[in-house]
Design a protein around this ligand. Sequence first.
Ligand SMILES: *Cc1c(COP(=O)(O)O)cnc(C)c1O
Length: 256
Amino acid sequence: MFNSAPRFGPDSRREFQTRLEAIDRRIADVCEEVGRSRADVRLLPVTKTVPADILRDAFEAGMHDFAENKVQEAQGKVVLLDDLPIRWIMVGHLQTNKVKQMVQFATEFHALDSLRFVEALDRQLARTNRTLDVFVQANTSGEVSKYGLESDAVADFITELAAFEHLRPRGLMTLAVFSASCDRVRACSRVLRDLRDRALQQNPEICELSIGMSGDYEDAIREGAIVVWIGQAIFGERPTPDAYYWLDAVPHGHES
Ligand SMILES: *Cc1c(COP(=O)(O)O)cnc(C)c1O
């Protein structure tokens, strides 16, 4: 696992720069190990629970893309930081009733997992005549509590997506199993890569793999990750447990 860094100190900007450089070096090393180009791996800082004033330091430390997980929290930061040219990215399941707010600020959405959501999203984007880069979320761990499409539903879903002209599907994402076992986490990456290879044959634009976080990004890159999500290794340990963000607290079909 990663060394969980302390939460923001008095000189966050310098700390963030140092941590970012260390992560960047590790990414570069793994890329070299597996013969990939560093330029093909995108590090997305995950900024949930990090307050807006600290994010100013992160921006100054060179981070310009911020990934958030809850619409309301993100919106608050968007308002407070609207003087900075930040790209806001949403990752993780959203309820359909959050779509309208989300399209006002998000430049990418990583967690498409139902047609009902797709319809609502496309409709909102049409209103403002915009397109949005989207990633389809697959459930690669088989855990019933996790969001995401079952593996064997992904191909049909991608076929149906083609009818929605305001969505630009760019790749697949998954949340790996909660496990300290690197092998089990890595197996999820492999399932996703196979799904992506099949999706590519349906739509050559669906080429990206969005996986990997602070604890497993090196293995994720070995398995072909193009987008890695890094929160705690940059911003320190979160006070909220991961289950708060990832688990399916509301049964599908019963959300308001
Ligand atoms: C919070 C989050 C991450 C980042 O996890 P860290 O352990 O902080 O690196 C990655 N992906 C998703 C979907 C998340 O919600």
